[in-house]
Design a binder for this molecule. Sequence first.
Ligand SMILES: [Zn+2]
Length: 59
Amino acid sequence: MPVRPSPGKGRPPSERPSKVCAHCGRPFSWRKKWERDWAQVRYCSDRCRSEAKRRAPQK
Ligand SMILES: [Zn+2]
């Protein structure tokens, strides 16, 4: 069985990427549920994302 390194797995939390929420301005770290679309993630939570859309709708 070939050994294949998987990114995001087996790393300490300090080595995980992090961003700053575009809505509340708080830093947040990579999460498993974002592993597919981390590049598009801008908000720390679904709540921030929905509130940001409500306050500043983007086309
Ligand atoms: Zn937020």
